[in-house]
Structure formats: C-alpha cells, structure tokens
Design a protein around this ligand. Structure first.
Ligand code: EPZ
Length: 430
C-alpha cells in the first residue's frame, strides 16, 4: 500500500489548478443512464471514485470513450468523457460495487425512470456514520416506484413509468436530491422537490439536465420544479470546479503561511468557508481566474463553527478546518451536525501533538505552539487530507498510511503541493 511522506515547516507559494468536482462528476456520469444519446462531460477529474463508477456504469451497458491526452499540456483541465447508454443491458447494481462507493446507489432513480425496474444493493454503513437511504426511497416512492427490500437489495419497479409528484424532504440530503432529480427528468409531468439540497453540485447536475432537454426551475434554491420528458437528448457539459479541493488547499495555505492562487476556484461556492478563513486572519481575495490565499507572519485566530448544508460550512471541510485550528492562538469549537461519526481524524491529529477534546458532536481544539511529525493512518477521504495539512505544519517527518483514501477524491495531490514548495512524496508499495 502506498504511503505519503511529508516533511513539514515550509510555506506554500505558487499556483494550484483546481480540478473538476468529484461530487458533481459522479452524478453527472450517472445522468448518462437517462439517454440513448451521447453525453459528453469535460473536466472530469482522474480519481479512484470516478474509475469505480465507470466500471459500475459499464456493467449497466454504458459505453465510454475518453479523449486522448492534451497536446497543450493543459492536463489540469481534466479529461473529456463521451458516454453512451444506447441499451441498458443490466438493471442490477451488485453489492460488491455499491458497497465500495455510496454514490453508486444513485443509479437507482435513473434506472427505474428509464427501464421501469432496478435492483440496487443497499450501500450499508460507512466510516463517517450510518448514512441511511430512507429519503431516497421516500422520494422515488412518491414518483410511483414500488419498492421492496430483499436480502440487502432494493427491488424497484414502476411498470407504467414514473409520474411527477410533490416531494417534501424532512431533512436536506444531497444524495436523495440527486436521485429524485435524475428520476424526475424522465417522469411524466411535473415534480416539485421541496427542501432540496442547494449544494453547487446539485445545481451542476440540474444545469446538465436542462441541456439534455429537461425544464427545471429553481436551480440553486431549495425548491426545484422539474418538467419530465419522455426522452432526453445528448449534451455537452463541463464539470464545475471542486469547491472542497479549493477549500482544502486554502486551509493548507492558511496553516503553513504563504501566497497561493487557486486557479479556477469560485468564491461563490465557498462563501461560509472563506468567511471562516478570514476570521482566522487569512487574506482571501477573489481575483481574475480564481482565489488568492495569503497568510504572512501573523498568528491564526481561533474560531467557532458548525457544519450545515450549503450555503453553511461544509462537513467535507470540517476535518481540514480542525487541522488548521490545532495551530490557532486560542481555543476553537467545531460542531459536526451532518454526520454522527465524522471525527476519526481527531485521534490521528492527536498523534501529531494536537490538543482536541471530543464531547458528542462537538470538538474543542486548543491551539498548540507546534505539531511533531509521526506515522499516522488515513481513515476516510477528508480525514486523510486533514492529516496532510497538519503534517505540512509539523516539525519533522510524517508518514501517512492507507493513502488510497486520498486517491478517491484528490487528483495529483502531491504534485500540486510540491509545485508550491511542499516537501511531500509518495512512497509506492512495490
Ligand atoms: C454527499 O453525501 C457527499 N457525497 C458527501 O461527500 C457529503 O459529505 C454529504 O453529501 C453532505 O454534504 C457525494 O456527493 C458523493 P446526504 P450524501 O444524503 O449524499 C442523512 C466526500 O467526502 N440522510 O446529504 O450521502 C445522512 O445520514 C463525501 O466527498 C438520511 O437520514 O449525504 C446525513 O446525516 C462524504 N436519510 C445527512 O442526511 C437519507 O436517505 C446528509 O447526508 C439520506 C441521508
């Protein structure tokens, strides 16, 4: 298994190109199931999760062609995928695949909508919490799907096709919004989703569906109105930049000090996180072509924050903010309200010398003068990258084990950081 070795202490200076968003690319790839025509996606990040989803989609009959490498060296612009689901040859998504990546459960809505039947494994729990799918099933039932659960599988059918309906989600769920939005695109008549997730990735999927011929009102708001179509067309769509990757690098710069341009990052997708960074004393400016993050000399101020659905502070940046706050001059408080068990980074950060107390959903972080490098273990994607941030500021050498977690969601992380002066290196297992 690969490891990452980091020797901390240096500042970050330079430019980091931001890749296409993993959490938009995944549902956009799934949208290819909705049409027999070609869906072209540009700026697709090269990530383990993308590759796994492609395998799942191929199993359903999706054909994929990837454009060759760019001669202009603009590899940071991601890859261009041409996806065609002319015939869906299999409507089953097996446990072996769905259990490895939760977002693959989102094939359920498109498969029922197009094929009127689907058998999709329940995703099961995962490291960050129990993560049920009741809201997904509630939404799809409202559209007319008959759903049974049998031996770990969701068996769904809609012999006469799906019909539009009004769905009021009792809780904001990104995945349930994606699943129902994708299904509603091929349902008869109008679907209204109330209390829909407003994450920019949901908006990106909705924008793509509009290009495929669906009328959607309320994109970016918590009420989506979708006029379903019998048949969707092909489209060309560019995946939006990854706000979580951008926020992560912004926190890395705040932690180490330095001056970095996050090329392609959009402030509008990160308002609350950038405000939090400003409160720590970091300079954040929107400039042409991205965001500029600067921290020179001054100490970090502590802050208190709780995670919330968009536009609140994202749970996917909670671990990174905690790593940053381990070095603040004072005590910070971070409350995790989205997932009940998303604190696995705490004990690993403690191995580097962080002072963090956990009480239920709340972490109290007393800033320390210095962290010391040590061997640590990556536990999930965002927890792993919080260890990278901490290691960049620690004295001496840190090795991070189980880095396959990082490869699920960060494209060329070591290269991007080392180009800005970080002493970071991947040690291959072989
Ligand atoms: C998406 O997960 C993201 N994944 C997660 O990013 C992100 O942390 C999360 O949204 C919240 O922003 C992708 O986009 C691929 P939810 P999702 O449904 O859709 C509860 C990362 O690191 N809930 O919005 O699975 C649930 O338990 C990942 O990139 C139900 O109760 O999250 C949680 O408490 C990790 N019933 C809350 O809602 C349901 O049916 C929000 O979950 C569904 C969810």
């Amino acid at each position: 298994m690969d490891r990452i070795k980091i020797v901390g202490g240096g500042k970050l200076t330079g430019t980091i190109p931001i890749s296409g968003a993993k959490n938009a690319a995944l549902p956009l790839l799934i949208a290819s199931l909705l049409t027999a025509d070609r869906l072209t996606l540009k700026n697709v990040p090269n990530l383990a999760d993308v590759n796994l989803l492609v395998r799942i989609l191929r199993n359903h009959g999706v054909d994929l062609a990837v454009d060759g490498k760019r001669a202009d060296g603009a590899s940071h612009l991601g890859e261009t995928f041409h996806l065609t689901a002319r015939d869906i040859v299999d409507t089953t998504a097996p446990y072996e695949m769905v259990s490895r990546m939760r977002a693959s459960f989102w094939v359920l809505g498109p498969l029922i909508a197009r094929m009127r039947q689907a058998k999709v494994s329940l995703p099961g729990g995962c490291a960050i919490g129990t993560r049920p799918v009741d809201l997904h099933l509630q939404g799809l039932k409202a559209l007319g799907a008959e759903i049974d659960i049998d031996r770990g599988y969701v068996l769904a059918k809609a012999p006469k096709g799906l019909r539009g309906a009004r769905i009021i989600f009792p809780k904001v769920s990104v995945g349930a919004t994606h699943n129902v939005l994708l299904a509603a695109a091929l349902a008869k008549g109008e679907t209204v989703i109330e209390n829909a997730a407003r994450e920019p990735e949901v908006g990106d999927v909705a924008d793509c569906l509009v290009k495929m011929g669906v009328r959607i009102d309320g994109i970016g708001t918590s009420t989506l109105r979708i006029q379903g179509k019998d048949r969707l067309e092909g489209a060309v769509h560019t995946v939006l930049p990854d706000r979580i990757e951008a926020g992560t690098f912004a926190m890395a710069v705040a932690a180490t000090g330095g001056d970095v341009l996050l090329q392609g990052a959009r402030g509008i997708d990160l308002t609350t996180a950038l405000e939090a960074l400003r409160q720590t004393g970091t300079d954040v400016t929107e400039v042409e072509g991205g965001l500029r993050i600067v921290r020179n000399g001054n100490g970090l101020l502590p802050i208190s924050i709780e995670t919330q659905p968009f536009p609140g502070f994202p749970t996917d940046l909670q671990a990174q903010l905690m790593a940053l706050m381990t070095r603040a001059q004072g005590t910070s408080v971070i409350r995790e309200t989205i997932f009940e068990n998303r604190f696995m980074h705490v004990q690993e950060l403690a191995r580097l010398g962080a002072d963090i107390q956990l009480h239920g959903d709340t972490a109290t972080i007393k800033g320390v003068k210095a962290l010391q490098g040590a061997p640590v273990m990556a536990t999930d994607l965002r927890a792993s990258v919080s260890l990278v941030i901490a290691a960049l500021t620690a004295d001496g050498e840190t090795t991070i084990n189980r880095v396959y977690h990082l490869d699920r969601g960060f494209e060329r992380l070591e290269e991007k950081l080392s180009r800005c002066g970080a002493n970071i290196e991947r040690i291959s297992a072989s």
